[in-house]
Design a protein around this ligand. Structure first.
Ligand SMILES: [Zn+2]
Length: 453
């Protein structure tokens, strides 16, 4: 039994401001939280303990191209960005992905994410052939998670077509393509490997309605009847137009009409929905995956967050394309987008915008990951982010003001200790393996850029 005492603690629901000890059992779960002064056998930490934030949508490989798609070619949009992304990952090998994912995961941990849902669609070699181990690329991400200590929901992605009319995959997509039986082989390998890692589970993902049709989604659900299900659903308006042209329905409506969508589901980028789709999405109890910095970077559009969240809609946040790896920036821009649209202030929160966004994203992220995370309570993983109480952004703040100030004041990072499953992975703002992981990332970027020349 490990005992860690904090001066202040937010459980995800309540503030304990006169000190609290988290008792952690050997499996990394919280056994008890006891209010009061430091017991003689506890380790004392000053600072403010919060539940770690789940990152519900990540493509680790895109960390390698963050910032490299900002040069204009004249008519720039999501689809021209996608071409750049395809060309960037053309030469990526499992060892490269491992190095890039480890760098991304270190950055996540240092920013306050303690878990990541990795939506992994890069499965094959450059010629589109299986690796000797068909799950090699997904296992590279899992190894990076294990090395860095971040919690992982490993989600291999099923990608079968290149469009709503079931065209075959194009050259840029041949590393993604699988038939259902091949995909299930990959999934089974990932599932069995994940059993050796206490902070890991698995999920499934039909990539999008562009890449998988509803009949195939239903076959996938029959084969895998439990655990998280993630999908890219309505990110670009042209997807809505294509879906309408072929099926006569918008993507969210088409999915909800043909597939049993429930709380297992995470609808990533449900950006373009009408009022009826919003009501049906609420009734489904699915989580919506919002990635405001990526959605802004790609010019996707605005999700109707106020209408959704004011009716109890569940949402979480993701770093997606890794243009920013920061729960603060995702939550801040989620709120700012709505303020700019509505010309109002404090749109998504109740009385405290920062704390309210933080709470909602914790519980939505936990639901989407299908893991016992997202709050500090008995039975949950001991995933703890500790803010420096003496940081200039946080001095003379109490309770809700602390999270409001973290989210809405400045950019210096007050995260200084991070624990995942009770193990400390960030100490005084530094990850335990940061130097070696950064050096390997730099060497990998150098190797990949040379091979592009
Ligand atoms: Zn994505």
């Amino acid at each position: 039994m490990k005992k860690i005492h904090f001066k202040q603690l937010f459980t995800g629901e309540n503030w304990l401001t006169s000190g609290a000890t988290i008792e952690i059992s050997s499996d990394g779960n919280i056994d008890a939280i006891v209010e009061g002064p430091t017991p003689h056998d506890a380790v004392q930490h000053s600072g403010i303990a919060l539940p770690g934030m789940p990152n519900l949508h990540s493509h680790a490989h895109q960390r390698a191209m963050a910032g490299l798609a900002e040069h204009s070619t004249g008519e720039d949009n999501f689809w021209t960005w996608r071409q750049v992304m395809y060309s960037q990952l053309r030469l990526m090998q499992p060892e490269h992905l491992h190095a890039i994912a480890a760098q991304a995961y270190v950055e996540m941990l240092k920013s306050g994410y303690t878990a990541v849902a990795e939506f992994q669609y890069l499965h094959h070699d450059q010629k589109g052939r299986h690796f000797a181990n068909k799950a090699e690329m997904s296992l590279s991400c899992m190894e990076a998670a294990r090395e860095t200590g971040i919690g992982l929901t490993c989600i291999p992605v099923l990608y079968t077509y290149s469009g709503f009319d079931k065209q075959g995959c194009n050259n840029g997509q041949r590393r993604f393509h699988n038939q259902l039986d091949e995909y299930l082989e990959i999934l089974r390998i990932v599932e069995s490997t994940s059993k050796g890692y206490a902070n890991c589970n698995t999920g499934i993902a039909p990539h999008s309605l562009r890449a998988v049709d509803v009949a195939l989604i239903n076959q996938l659900l029959d084969a895998v009847p439990s655990g998280p299900v993630h999908i890219h659903i309505a990110e670009q308006y042209s997807e809505v137009e294509d879906c309408l042209a072929i099926f006569g329905k918008r993507p969210v409506a088409w999915l909800l009409d043909n597939v049993d969508v429930d709380a297992r589901w995470c609808m990533v980028h449900a950006t373009h929905i009408d009022d009826k789709e919003l009501r049906c999405l609420l009734a489904s109890k699915a989580t919506v995956g919002l990635c405001p910095t990526t959605e802004a970077n790609l010019g996707d559009g605005f999700f109707p967050a106020q209408a959704f969240s004011s009716k109890g809609g569940r949402f979480g946040i993701g770093s997606d394309s890794q243009v920013s790896i920061s729960p603060v920036e995702e939550l801040r821009w989620l709120e700012y987008g709505q303020r700019l649209l509505k010309q109002q202030r404090v749109v998504l929160g109740d009385t405290h915008a920062g704390e309210s966004l933080f709470k909602n994203a914790l519980s939505g992220g936990a639901q989407a990951s299908g893991r016992n995370i997202g709050s500090l309570a008995p039975g949950r993983r001991a995933d703890i982010v500790v803010l420096d109480e003496n940081h200039p952004r946080l001095v003379c703040r109490s309770k809700s003001q602390l999270i409001d100030s973290w989210i809405f004041s400045g950019n210096e990072n007050p995260v200084y200790q991070v624990f995942v499953g009770g193990e400390q992975v960030v100490q005084n703002g530094q990850h335990k393996n940061e130097k070696a992981i950064s050096a390997r990332f730099a060497a990998t970027m150098s190797a990949l850029s040379k091979s592009h020349e």
